[in-house]
Ligand binder design. Structure first.
Ligand SMILES: [Zn+2]
Ligand SMILES: [Zn+2]
Length: 259
């Protein structure tokens, strides 16, 4: 499974994206968070996803599935989804948790897209040797975290959301995933309101001790931080330095990971 980060920012983007970084990626000028799996499965499609695909020379027509983690506008932009839907003859599949379907149906009316509602805690097949489970998350606007199982590899994509819900933990117990992407909005900062629905590095570190013990992830799994708020972090390099003490990795826009 190949994961390409199309964006790694929380909602507080750098104004430099309008000027200096309009046509390039930068580790300190992150775009709206999302990732692309195996070149055709897009997770989230927010403010900057189309820009990021353009800069990375990824054709919109290659994408045949979009998974929405929730409907906040940094993850969900109906016009961008319409653009991807119109980019090829195939019918684009847009997945989200079932409760989001009425709103999506209205917003994407007339687009060449099929909207598929997922029941939380149920595994569904999305292709040959490809499965996904939508898991509950502590966040707003119809949240879902996703466990992808493709070609024998497992990715748990867990942003946005603070901590882990008990039923998600029980579902993941013993799964031995190869990679996790965590919401790391708050960094090392303490005292911010966003902690109610996003993680700090300290929370992730503490969570990982339990996840490791319960074999949620493999010994050599890749544990990435994403959805990083520039207002609560310093530079990318400083976040890398802080994270590596706990064997956590820090994603950046354009990063490609093979598991
Ligand atoms: Zn977000
Ligand atoms: Zn959100």
């Amino acid at each position: 499974m190949k994961i390409t980060f199309t964006g790694t920012c929380a909602r507080d983007y750098s104004p430099l994206l309008q000027t200096v970084y309009k046509d390039c990626l930068d580790k300190d000028a992150r775009r709206s968070s999302g990732a692309l799996i195996d070149g055709h499965i897009q997770i989230d499609c927010g403010h900057h996803t189309l820009d990021s695909l353009r800069i990375q020379n990824i054709p919109q027509s290659d994408i045949d599935m979009i998974f929405l983690t929730h409907l906040h506008d940094d993850h969900y932009n109906p016009d961008s989804i319409r653009s991807i839907a119109a980019a090829a003859d195939r019918r684009l599949k847009v997945y989200a948790q079932a409760a989001a379907v009425p709103e999506l149906t209205q917003a994407l009316e007339g687009a060449n897209a099929e909207i598929i509602g997922l029941t939380l805690l149920e595994k569904v097949q999305i292709g040959e040797d490809a499965y996904v489970s939508a898991l509950p998350a502590n966040h707003t606007r119809f949240p879902a975290h996703y466990l992808f199982e493709i070609g024998g590899k497992k990715l748990y994509y867990a942003t946005d959301g603070a901590w882990i819900m008990y039923d998600a933990l029980y579902y993941l117990w013993g799964q031995n995933v190869d990679m996790i992407v965590f919401d790391a909005t708050c960094g090392d900062y303490e005292g911010d309101f966003r902690v109610a629905e996003h993680n700090s590095i300290r929370m992730i570190r503490s969570m990982c001790r339990s996840l490791k013990k319960l074999n949620v992830y493999k010994k050599d799994a890749l544990l990435y931080l994403s959805h990083i708020a520039p207002s609560l972090h310093k530079s990318h390099e400083e976040t890398v330095e802080k994270a590596q003490k706990s064997k956590l990795l820090v994603a950046y826009d354009g990063l490609e990971v093979e598991i």
